[in-house]
Design a protein around this ligand. Structure first.
Ligand SMILES: [Zn+2]
Length: 138
C-alpha cells in the first residue's frame, strides 16, 4: 500500500492514523501528540463501550459481547462452540449462544443480549430467549 492508498483507506473507514518520530520530539511536541491521540480515540469510539478495533481482533473470534439489561453495560462473553449469528441453511444444527444446547438454526431466536462486536445478535434457543433475553419486558 502506498501512503496515498493508506490515507484513502483511513478516510473510508473513519480511522485517524498517526505517525510519530519521538526521537526528534520536544516535550511540547509530545503534548501536541497527546492531543492528536485523544482526537484519534474520540473518533474511533463513536459508539460508547465499543472497544476500538485492534490488531488482536482475530483472537476474539470466539467471543461476543453480553449486554446486561439491568445496567445497560456490555461485557466480554465467551461463546459455546457451534454458536453462530448467521447461516444460509435453516436446517443446520447450531449451539444456543447462551446454554450451548443444539438447536436448528431455523428454529432459533435472535438474541437481544449476546451480540457480535458490531451488534449482530447470536442464535439462541426458545427457552433462553424467553427466560433471559426478554427479562426487562416482563
Ligand atoms: Zn439456550
Amino acid at each position: 500500500m502506498t501512503t496515498e492508498e493508506w490515507g484513502k483507506f483511513c478516510k473510508e473507514h473513519n480511522l485517524v492514523a498517526i505517525d510519530v518520530n519521538y526521537k526528534d520530539m520536544t516535550y511540547e511536541d509530545a503534548l501536541n501528540y497527546l492531543d492528536l491521540i485523544n482526537i484519534a480515540f474520540s473518533a474511533s469510539s463513536f459508539k460508547k463501550d465499543t472497544p476500538p478495533l485492534s490488531f488482536d481482533y482475530p483472537k476474539k473470534l470466539n467471543t461476543a459481547r453480553k449486554y446486561d439489561l439491568q445496567t445497560g453495560k456490555h461485557e466480554e462473553y465467551v461463546l459455546p462452540a457451534g454458536a453462530t449469528n448467521y447461516e444460509d441453511d435453516m436446517q443446520k444444527k447450531v449451539s444456543c449462544a447462551e446454554c450451548g444446547k443444539k438447536i436448528l438454526y431455523g428454529m432459533s431466536y435472535t438474541s437481544r443480549i449476546i451480540q457480535s462486536y458490531n451488534g449482530i445478535g447470536y442464535a439462541v434457543c426458545r427457552d433462553c430467549y424467553f427466560k433471559n433475553d426478554l427479562k426487562d419486558l416482563r
